[in-house]
Design a binder for this molecule. Structure first.
Ligand code: ATP
Ligand code: MG
Length: 159
């Protein structure tokens, strides 16, 4: 099904508006010219976005910023990113961050709840769509998770 990428991001922002307000976190949507629709399983990509945005909120002190962006890195591919100004992830953990049940430093994660499955599920869903997901992070600076999606579904015929 064709989904408008910007509408999709606006709806994520709406779903989290209460939690954002509670933590005084601002959210901005950045759209590169030309970003339109992509053929995706909307429920699954919403699950990816909800995982990433809930991480951004959970691992951020009050008063930070989140950017949701959509750009076209190359023809036929849209890249969505969730960038936060939160606590970040230590370099030594970056290699395992997409593993099932992996959580950084139990002490810091313990009182924040969670199972360590969010990112691994996100990666499975993005892979199933024919995309890739990657994460960049700097301790005490923030984290950016980006994933790509083919604009047209694999095997589909486009006009
Ligand atoms: P779940 O998503 O299953 O509720 P979780 O959030 O702990 O639990 P993941 O979403 O897979 O699991 O994230 C794995 C770990 O990566 C987290 O425990 C956290 O330490 C770290 N992490 C993920 N996203 C961020 C982020 N935006 N900022 C800082 N640390 C993060
Ligand atoms: Mg999570």
């Amino acid at each position: 099904v064709k989904t408008d990428m910007i509408e999709m991001l606006e709806e994520v922002a709406d779903r989290f508006s209460f939690q954002l307000k509670q933590k005084s976190i601002s959210m901005r949507i950045i759209r590169e010219a030309g970003v339109g629709t992509a053929s995706i399983d909307r429920d699954q990509i919403d699950q990816v976005l909800d995982n990433l945005v809930s991480n951004a909120i959970k691992y951020m002190p009050d008063g930070g910023n989140i950017e949701l962006s959509a750009r076209l890195p190359e023809a036929g591919i849209v890249e969505i990113a969730v960038k936060d100004t939160g606590i970040g992830i230590p370099k030594k953990d970056l290699g395992r961050i997409f593993d099932r049940f992996y959580r950084v430093d139990k002490a810091r994660s313990r009182n924040m709840g969670g199972t360590g499955l969010g990112l691994s599920i996100a990666r499975e869903i993005v892979k199933a769509h024919g995309g890739t997901i990657s994460l960049e992070s700097e301790v005490n600076q923030g984290t950016k998770v980006s994933f790509t999606l083919p604009v047209a579904a694999e095997g589909s015929v486009t006009a």
